[in-house]
Design a protein around this ligand. Structure first.
Ligand SMILES: *Cc1c(COP(=O)(O)O)cnc(C)c1O
Length: 429
């Protein structure tokens, strides 16, 4: 029986063998970027895939391999790679001119669309989800006059707000009290302990990049209750999860936070972020008020994002399209779990709707700790095996369906995963 290490070494060797141009490009990249990389999550061993073009739901790498794109740019790429309506909107925006250095109508239109869709009294735009969360947290601190924030252990809110394995060394220096995702008693106790100096509680209503782990309704209801009673600002990071329901995941759960943050797909595939919600908090940014909070950003209202985002949200990712896409994701996840059950392998598909994560375990997964314990090598092996069969997912097992993914594509994914299972069965039981 081959060991896991041997299987992985062999899979990596085959990957490298089939990609001479990619290997050469990696060497070139290393001359000018540390490790040849400018976005850590995309780095994989032995070296990462390098994409030449994208079309519909497919990607082609610089060695000419074609993949079904199931990563969907970590949920930002919901429209696929060449949606005609998105392309037309982008062209129209380019024609009208970029970088006005002034107010314009498109930002008003996108603000109207986003505020209505996600039930926000007032909204402001940023260039990324990271910035949106930084601004929301800072706004909460100014609003409450308190210092500390509570993220969840294992939570991800951007490059400077990353709380996996404790906290990222490059995090913004907020004074943090770490909550425990889905642990009602422990987290309630921490909130009570720090209430006097706690400005905000921030979390995703379903952990996205953190493994597609939904928060229990009781956990979120506890947070809503405790924060309301104690004057703490509750922030839902819906950068990913807003795609799971026409009004975002909070609407589907019936629990409204004080502030929501958005990003990824809402900008139509362009750089985007937004934060908004409670009028009382957001009004602090009104420049006509004395001592208004400043909020800067050269590209906050860039015409490309504003124009394409509004078209994308009103004409492409309509409420109907949202419901259909999430139903397709639910079917795929159910079929994956049926497959794992049928072969009795230690694999499990988590998530909701169009967001799925495959984990190398058959145990219960309620918090990021349950994922920490799993074997990273099994994730790498699945990733490489799927690539070899022309299916592209995140190395950590994450996938996000785009609107271009068809039922036939889903059949292909099932077949690719099944062949991984049959080839590696001894390693997976
Ligand atoms: C991607 C993501 C962010 C960060 O957004 P960027 O645009 O990459 O800065 C924040 N929160 C969550 C939940 C995300 O998935």
């Amino acid at each position: 029986m081959p060991t896991l290490d041997a299987a992985l070494t062999d899979a990596m060797a085959r990957f490298a063998e089939a990609r001479p141009k990619t290997r050469a490009m990696q060497q070139r990249a290393c001359e000018v970027m540390p490790g040849g990389n400018t976005r850590t999550v995309l780095f994989t061993q032995p070296f990462p895939v390098r994409i030449e073009t994208g079309e519909g739901a497919s990607l082609t790498d610089i060695d000419g391999h074609r993949y079904l794109d199931l990563l969907g740019e970590y949920s930002a790429g919901i429209y696929g790679h060449s949606h005609p309506r998105i392309l037309a909107a982008a062209r129209a925006a380019l024609e009208k001119g970029l970088n006005f250095g002034g107010h314009h109508g498109e930002e008003v239109r996108l603000a109207e669309v986003v505020a209505a869709r996600f039930a926000l009294d007032l909204v402001r735009f940023t260039n990324s989800g990271t910035e949106a969360n930084m601004m929301a947290l800072s706004a909460a601190r100014c609003f409450t006059g308190r210092r500390k924030i509570m993220p969840m252990q294992g939570g991800y809110h951007g490059g400077t707000l990353y709380f996996s394995h404790g906290a990222s060394p490059v995090n913004a220096p907020f004074d943090c009290v770490m909550g425990e995702y889905n642990d009602i008693d422990a987290t309630r106790k921490l909130i009570a302990e720090h209430a006097d100096d706690l400005a905000a509680v921030i979390l995703e209503p379903m952990l996205g990049g953190g493994g597609c782990i939904p928060a229990s309704h009781d956990f979120l209801a506890m947070l809503r209750d405790e924060t309301s009673r104690r004057g703490i600002v509750l922030i839902f990071d819906e950068v990913m999860t807003s795609r799971l329901h026409p009004g975002g995941l909070s609407a589907s759960l019936g629990i409204e936070p004080d502030l929501k943050t958005l990003g990824k797909y809402v900008g139509g595939g362009m750089s985007f972020g937004a934060f908004g919600g409670s009028r009382a908090i957001m009004e602090l940014f009104d420049p006509t008020r004395p001592n208004a909070l400043p909020h800067a950003g050269t590209f906050n209202n860039n015409t490309l994002t504003m124009t394409v985002g509004a078209v994308a949200m009103t004409e492409v990712y309509t409420p109907e399209a949202c419901i259909a896409l999430n139903a397709r994701g639910d079917r795929l996840r159910d079929r994956l779990n049926d497959l794992f059950m049928r072969y009795q392998v230690r694999m499990k598909a988590m998530g909701q709707g169009s967001m799925i994560a495959i984990h190398p375990t058959s145990g219960d997964i309620a918090s990021p700790n349950d994922i920490e314990a799993t074997d990273k090598r099994l994730r790498q092996l699945l990733f490489l095996d799927l690539l070899e069969q022309g299916v592209y997912i995140a190395e950590r097992g994450f996938m996000a369906l785009s609107l271009m993914v068809t039922d036939e594509d889903c059949d292909r994914v099932l077949a690719a995963v099944e062949s991984h299972i049959t080839a590696r069965r001894e390693l997976l039981v």
